[in-house]
Design a protein around this ligand. Structure first.
Ligand code: PXG
Length: 439
């Protein structure tokens, strides 16, 4: 395969990337299989990130590929406004069956960002439908990532994503992040300290009044910011306080869904059932864009009041429940079940956790956190150049050590496909330890 020329690299403005630097020495992959990417020269790179936290079943898995091929040849597109097609209904049934409690209804989107917008709109509309139209405020959390739509920007808590766009954001407030290095450094799994931080919601209720708050949205485990597992008891408290004040609780499970934490959803793992769950990524193992919201029965039913000719919810996307995405979702969920991949993820977790914590004491390592098959390593920043050590480490690992993972500032994140073997875990952390020791 011929390498791309400089001219060919110019037109595509890569998202969340320093483009000029990238185009000087691009990191390009052109093929994938199982645990690996391959570059244009055929060099094999271990995927320690499941792409972008999405290829949970591994890459180019045959049953998913076949389902997409068949769908493309059978029904390329069908509208979901006023019409339907079988696979979208089938996918919704499968997803609802994985969700806890009465979360029985699925609204399809194409991404995590659209899922945040959708869940927030449903929350606000639901309150209004019940005669509580003043409940419009959303409570997010510091350091949260809920995508880049306006709801995600407003409820999110990462300053770089907000600062340029604040003028467009709507009224939101934020709980404190659940992380304290002083209290939690090098915790393997859920920290003991921090459940009390959920009580900050009471303060926000006292400040804004419950009658102005529609929903609280949190990632059960904050992913993008660098894997912050919830402190023990934190999510239960959030559930109790939201319920007490008639506030909906939304779990953003775009990363935590579909086996990342050893269960279908983090809600199941942590034993806390929210009112809505947003999902994306792993629902198709990343093979076709798809997202959605799983919605509690009582919320759905509030909208189903007729009359027969009237639309119940003025929201949706051209590609909601797209045939290729729906086929990919059905095949992916079947594959998760047939290969027991959620269970496999749970079984590998102790080994993965021990392996990542073996980096404690390695040069530049400031903290390590993990839960499920997700782990993050904070590196000490280079003085005066925050983010540079992380960036350079990511490049060295990709080019010289044949391992790909995510970097956010000086935090490295690992989230391998759930088909990972112990040898893959050894390779990703062993090579990282070498690279850091040599840096
Ligand atoms: N919610 C959460 C919790 C996410 O992690 C989104 C929403 C938005 O999804 P879309 O499909 O609109 O991108 C995400 C996305 C990283 C990284 O490096 C994480 C995401 C995307 C890209 C990079 O951690 N998460």
């Amino acid at each position: 395969m011929t390498a791309l020329t400089t001219n060919q690299l110019e037109a595509f403005w890569l998202p969340f990337t320093p483009n000029t630097e990238f185009k000087r020495r691009p990191r390009i992959v052109s093929r994938a299989e199982g645990m690996y990417y391959f570059d244009q020269d055929g060099r094999r790179v271990l995927d320690a990130a499941a792409g972008l936290w999405c290829a949970n079943a591994g890459h180019c898995r045959a049953p998913i590929v076949k389902a997409i091929q068949d769908a493309a040849a059978t029904l390329d597109f069908a509208p979901s406004f006023q019409f339907g097609h079988p696979k979208a209904f089938e996918a919704a049934v499968k997803i609802a069956a994985l969700a806890p409690g009465d979360l029985n209804h699925v609204f399809f989107t194409n991404s995590g960002s659209e899922s945040t917008d959708t869940a927030v709109k449903i929350a606000v509309a639901w309150h209004r439908a019940r005669g509580e139209g003043t409940r419009t405020r959303i409570i997010g959390r510091e350091r949260a990532y809920h995508g880049v739509g306006m709801a995600g920007i407003s409820a999110g808590g990462m300053v770089n994503n907000k600062r340029w766009f604040n003028a467009l954001a709507f009224q939101a407030d934020h709980l404190p992040a659940t992380y304290s290095r002083a209290e939690q450094a090098f915790t393997n799994g859920q920290p003991e300290w921090g459940a009390h931080l959920a009580d900050e919601l009471e303060k926000l209720v006292a400040l804004h009044d419950a009658s102005t708050i529609a929903a609280v949205i949190v990632e059960p485990m904050a992913g993008s910011t660098g894997v912050l597992p919830p402190p023990k008891g934190y999510l239960d408290r959030l559930r109790a306080i939201t319920r007490k004040h008639g506030i909906l609780l939304i779990f953003d499970e775009v990363i935590t869904g579909f086996g990342r934490l050893g269960a279908a959803f983090a809600a199941e793992r942590f034993g806390v059932t929210p009112d809505m769950i947003t999902f994306a990524k792993g629902v198709t193992s990343g093979a076709v864009p798809m997202g959605g919201v799983v919605i509690d029965k009582a919320i759905y039913e509030q909208f189903m009041t007729g009359p027969d000719h009237a639309i119940d919810m003025f929201h949706g996307y051209t590609y909601s429940g797209h045939p290729l995405a729906a086929a990919a979702a059905c095949a992916t969920i079947d594959l998760y079940r047939d290969e027991g991949l959620f269970q496999r993820s749970a079984e590998l977790e102790p080994y993965f956790g021990a392996a990542v914590h073996s980096l404690k004491g390695v040069r530049h390592v400031a903290d390590i956190r993990n839960v499920g098959l997700a782990a993050a390593i904070d590196l000490d920043p280079i003085e005066g150049a925050p983010g540079k050590r992380g960036f350079e480490t990511m490049k060295t690992m990709f080019f010289d050590k044949d391992v790909m993972f995510r970097v956010s500032g000086d935090t490295l994140a690992f989230s391998p496909p759930l088909i990972a073997e112990k040898s893959h875990v050894d390779e990703m952390f062993g090579k990282l330890a070498e690279a850091l020791a040599a840096a």
